[in-house]
Design a binder for this molecule. Structure first.
Ligand SMILES: [Zn+2]
Length: 97
């Protein structure tokens, strides 16, 4: 005896009730991320009296801490490349301390 495997529905008949799942809208797949990179400088106070190699004025320089940072939603997450500098108050030249 030969059994034929055949669908009970005729070919081309509409799929009653079963439809493909609708694709999710595009905006549902977008993850909102707000991040930024930047170099920040923080004024630490007055530094030494130095003679500037660029403008040749002898003044009190400002002590500055400089670092690169990564922020996520305006919150600093990582900081690297920290260094202390002194900056000429007249021309802005910086010297690593
Ligand atoms: Zn200077």
């Amino acid at each position: 005896m030969v059994r034929l495997l055949a669908s009970s529905k005729p070919i081309g008949a509409p799929l009653g009730g079963t439809s493909l799942p609708l694709p999710r809208p595009f905006y549902a797949r977008v993850v909102f991320l707000l991040f930024g990179f930047g170099t920040k400088r923080k004024y630490l106070g007055p530094g030494q009296n130095r003679t500037c190699p660029r403008c040749h004025n002898t003044t009190q320089w400002a002590r500055i801490r400089e670092f690169n940072q990564f922020t996520l939603f305006f919150v600093p997450v990582a900081r690297w490349k920290r260094r202390q500098l002194e900056q000429c108050g007249i021309c802005g030249t910086t010297v690593r301390v």
